[in-house]
Design a protein around this ligand. Structure first.
Ligand SMILES: [Zn+2]
Length: 199
């Protein structure tokens, strides 16, 4: 059997490890890269390295950023009294696009899932508690996903934050149960913000 040159097999193998890239797509991308001018291939590899070197988590809200604090946390026009809690940094883009939300965010970096070994210590819950304790936060909008673990996380946050005297709301369930914030359409997401209910 004729084998592919080793560097080509390695590239296909690497691409195949990426989410959503099956064996055939990996091959197609690898052969495409092979045909690409060297400077374009170099730009691609540099983009991959730069994302690793320069993108960090904001020390206040855990958003992805290349400056700390992030752009949103530094924006004086945003309402520092309202903090929207989400599971993943990507949720910020969905909400920014849809909901007309003008407060700040707090990314938990996941949701509670005891079966997968994800407890409160694995999430950025303690820094959120600290943020609320520091004062200035009047409302916490819990916008975790409408899934079992998203709900469990919302209930846990209620337990630890409510005693601190902050108003707590949960975005309304116009969102499909079991769904993901990232994939919600803009109208549904905007409506779920307007219809949020006190916890
Ligand atoms: Zn930030």
């Amino acid at each position: 059997m004729v084998k592919r040159p080793k560097p080509l097999s390695v590239l296909i193998e690497r691409l195949n490890k990426l989410p959503g890239i099956g064996e055939r797509s990996a091959q197609r991308i690898a052969y495409h890269i092979l045909k690409t001018p060297e400077k374009d291939a170099e730009k691609l590899s540099r983009a991959i390295m730069e994302v690793k070197e320069k993108v960090i988590h904001c020390s206040l809200c855990y958003n992805l950023t290349d400056q700390d604090p992030c752009q949103l946390c530094q924006d004086p026009s945003r309402d520092k009294g309202t903090v929207c809690v989400i599971e993943e940094p990507g949720d910020i883009y969905s909400i920014e696009k849809a909901a007309g939300f003008k407060g700040l965010y707090h990314v938990l970096m996941g949701a509670l899932s005891p079966l997968d070994g994800i407890g409160p210590e694995q999430l950025r819950i303690e820094p959120l508690v600290e943020r609320v304790k520091e004062g200035g936060v009047k409302e916490v909008i819990v916008a975790t996903n409408p899934t079992l673990s998203g709900e469990a996380t919302a209930m846990y946050l209620l337990k630890v934050l409510k005693p601190l005297g902050v108003k707590m709301t949960r975005i309304a369930h116009g969102l499909p149960v079991g769904g993901n914030l990232e994939f919600a359409d803009e109208v549904t997401l905007a409506r779920s913000f307007q219809g949020r209910q006190e916890l």
